[in-house]
Design a protein around this ligand. Structure first.
Ligand code: SF4
Length: 221
């Protein structure tokens, strides 16, 4: 059955619809303004990471050892990246691209004496830094800033403060960079780039995340 609507009721409904529309328009305008403000004021932050942080399959592996440690990424770091909307630049793995897996355990001295390996590291470092340079130079808006380079402690190539050395027939850990990170920082120096470096201890990844959080706060200032 047709039910007539009183003109006053119609007017009231139109008024409600109109005020809802204006509230919605204001909300939409605020939201778009806010997001463009964020985009304008924020740089895109990128973390430069040792290859095996995102892809553990390249980690040193020997027959008989569990392959579990070679699966997936380092979750703590991927979580840190996604929670803070940070991009990642994955460095190449110098050991894997030279020797593959399985490969023998080795110290920095062993790799220094391995024919052609130092040049391999230098070439990968030069290519990586050239790529980083392009990211900076081509990123007019938003600008790209590098939060840090993350290396892997106890690695002969990617160590930061803890790198294995052969001393008196034994493996001892020294406070120095690994072979690849040394080459990488040499290349960065040539360009005048100063990027902080953080060592990731795979047994305590939270420590590196804490250091990165401190750097991120400084970066946002
Ligand atoms: S060389 Fe570096 S990237 Fe490759 S497995 Fe060792 S620590 Fe990871």
């Amino acid at each position: 059955m047709y039910k007539s609507v009183h003109p006053r009721q119609l007017k009231f409904q139109a008024l409600i619809a109109k005020s809802f529309l204006s509230v919605f328009k204001k909300w939409y305008r605020d939201m778009t303004e806010k997001s463009s403000e964020i985009n304008e004021s924020r740089n895109a932050v990128v973390l430069v990471v040792a290859h095996c942080i995102l892809n553990r399959s390249t980690r040193w592996w020997q027959k008989g050892q569990s392959a579990e440690r070679n699966f997936g990424p380092v979750n703590e770091i991927t979580r840190f990246l996604s929670d803070n909307k940070i991009g990642a630049f994955q460095l190449p793995c110098p050991e894997y691209t030279f020797l593959g897996n399985p490969r023998p355990p080795a110290t920095k001295d062993d790799y220094e004496n391995l024919q052609g390996f130092k040049e391999h590291c230098e070439q990968l470092a030069a290519e990586s830094v050239n790529h980083l340079r392009l990211l900076v130079e081509k990123g007019l808006e938003p600008k790209i800033v590098f939060l840090a380079v993350v290396g892997i402690e106890r690695s002969p190539c990617c160590g930061v403060n803890c790198t294995p050395r052969s001393i008196d027939g034994e493996t001892r850990y020294k406070k120095e960079k690994g072979l690849f990170l040394e080459a990488l920082f040499e290349e960065l120096k040539k360009l005048g780039y100063t990027i902080p470096v953080v060592g990731l201890d795979l047994h305590q990844p939270e420590d590196a995340c804490r250091k990165l959080t401190v750097l991120l706060k400084k970066c946002a200032k």
